[in-house]
Write a protein that binds this ligand. Structure first.
Ligand code: HEM
Length: 152
């Protein structure tokens, strides 16, 4: 690729503070949305921070989700039993697209890479959500990392 960019997406996004704003704006939309609000019936405000910390690690920042919040296995387990539909996944992507446009730097490649991660990640969340709560997922491996070229 000729349009090479150096550094992490995390730094280009603006670090954990920008990810907190993204997560906050996104969940404001989710909780007001008739398609998604029922899925998040057990929502608590810690969710906003946990998602920001997860995204920080994914986009090349500190590995805090792995070190402090149970890592990849725990993230996947959070989605077991939710039975996410394609309509719900689509709405999730629309609201995240709006939050990205509102909160992330006006950088087309950066926004595209971030939304590509969300498209990839929501498909995994949907797949995992078809298994019942408590299902054994085996070892999913380390938390993925996403950079200027996509999945590392
Ligand atoms: C890239 C996509 C996604 C990411 C990064 C993500 C991230 C997370 C994280 C970090 C948690 C744990 C929060 C905590 O510990 O408080 C979580 C839980 C949850 N996620 Fe996702 N998620 C994604 C996709 C989805 C989708 C598509 C849905 C549904 C449409 C969904 C629904 C939920 C729900 C309902 C919970 C809370 C489960 C509970 O009440 O314990 N997620 N997600």
């Amino acid at each position: 690729m000729s349009d090479e960019r150096s550094g992490s997406l995390y730094d280009a996004i603006g670090g954990i503070e920008a990810l907190r704003r993204l997560s906050n704006t996104f969940y404001e939309g989710v909780l007001a949305d008739p398609v998604l609000a029922p899925v998040f019936a057990n929502f608590t405000t810690t969710h906003i921070e946990h998602v920001a910390v997860w995204l920080g690690e994914i986009f090349g920042g500190p590995a805090r989700f792995t070190d402090e919040l149970g890592g990849h296995q725990s993230l996947l387990r959070s989605h077991l039993g939710l039975a996410i539909t394609e309509e719900q996944r689509g709405r999730w992507m629309e609201l995240m697209g709006e939050a990205v446009r509102k909160e992330l730097p006006d950088d087309e490649l950066l926004r595209r890479r971030v939304l590509e991660y969300f498209d990839w990640g929501t498909k995994i969340a949907k797949d995992v959500s078809a298994a019942p709560a408590g299902a054994d997922l085996g070892d999913p491996g380390p938390t993925p990392r996403w950079g200027w070229e996509g999945l590392k």
